[in-house]
Design a protein around this ligand. Structure first.
Ligand code: DGY
Length: 319
């Protein structure tokens, strides 16, 4: 029997699975665990199940050289110092695949809502501003035949492209570090380098992990190269976009609108962002469906069980 420390309550399925074999302790408060408590928990644990809101750095790792596994309850793992974990010989796991559909649907919902100005229309109506039908009121844009640009063709980027092409008749352009001929054939997609993709796209959707090379991938220069009518959606990681430059671009109408599920200084919003009418903001809930979160819980637990029984976990993070 090993000790498994869970930094916040997650859906039951994974916890139950772990409890069958091991002693499980879940941080008692429903809030981001304070660092002191995190370090205390790590000291006690053989296995750590943590969240994307927990910073697992050298100091946390140093608290327990005997830690056997770090299981991140997320597909992204930029909250973990992967190099330091590798140096300490601690495997890190994540939960890919099971949240793809949820995040892809949320991304599509944001893209459509932006094009149709759903959030603006909702707030206009709630405010009591609707005085009767008007020919020029809140004109949006149609999607069929327009270009949807996917930056980063992992599982999620590719699922979003499927929805936007098959469901809305959009033309797909994409960028990734390598071409994917099967994908190109499936959705009639064209590969473009990022500068060309930004120039051509009516909607740009970001699906890259946060790395040194993707930090501020989209900033003032990129906004200037985009269409004035362009819409930007980000459901990946906040710091991929220079948020200050985004606020300026939206204010100056360099681009038409943006929808963000993730933020550069999460959970803080860059000054001015929330005041803009042409943005839609959701609180990192793209994967927040019961199906996805239960499945993430199970996989996070299975990853731990595998390592603790000397097996290779299914979703080992590789640098
Ligand atoms: C992840 O798993 O990385 C997502 O951002 C969670 O919503």
């Amino acid at each position: 029997m090993a000790n498994v420390f869970v930094t916040r309550k997650i859906p039951e399925s994974g916890l139950k699975l772990l409890q069958k074999k091991h002693t499980v302790r879940v941080y008692s408060k429903d809030q981001v665990i304070p660092r002191r408590e995190l370090i205390k928990g790590v000291k006690w644990a053989d296995a750590l199940l943590c969240l994307l809101t927990d910073k697992i750095d050298k100091k946390v790792l140093a608290a327990n050289p005997y830690l056997k596994v770090i299981s991140n309850y997320a597909v992204g793992y930029d909250n973990i110092d992967i190099d330091a974990a590798a140096e300490a010989g601690i495997p890190v796991t994540n939960t890919p695949g099971v949240l793809t559909q949820s995040v892809a649907e949320h991304t599509a919902a944001l893209a459509v809502a932006l094009a149709k100005r759903v959030a603006e229309a909702d707030s206009f109506t709630r405010k009591g501003s609707y005085k009767g039908w008007e020919p020029m009121l809140l004109l949006g844009t149609e999607l069929r035949g327009k270009t949807f640009g996917v930056v980063g063709l992992g599982r999620i980027g590719s699922a979003v492209a499927d929805i936007m092409h098959k469901g809305f008749g959009m033309d797909i352009v994409y960028f990734d570090i390598k071409k994917d001929k099967t994908f190109e054939k499936r959705v009639k997609a064209t590969f473009e380098a990022v500068p060309q993709l930004l120039k051509k796209s009516d909607i740009v959707s970001i699906h890259v992990p946060l790395l040194d090379s993707t930090h501020h991938l989209i900033g003032a220069r990129q906004f200037r190269s985009m269409k004035k009518s362009a819409l930007l959606v980000n459901t990946s990681r906040g710091p991929v976009i220079d948020e200050k430059a985004l606020v300026a671009a939206l204010k100056n109408k360099t681009i038409r609108g943006a929808a963000l599920d993730v933020f550069e200084f999460e959970p803080k919003l860059t000054k001015g962002l929330a005041k803009l009418p042409n943005v839609i903001l959701t609180p990192h809930t793209a994967s927040a469906t019961e199906e996805a979160r239960e499945a993430m819980s199970l996989i996070a637990a299975e990853n731990i069980l595998a390592v603790l029984s000397g097996k290779k976990p299914k979703y080992l993070v590789k640098k």
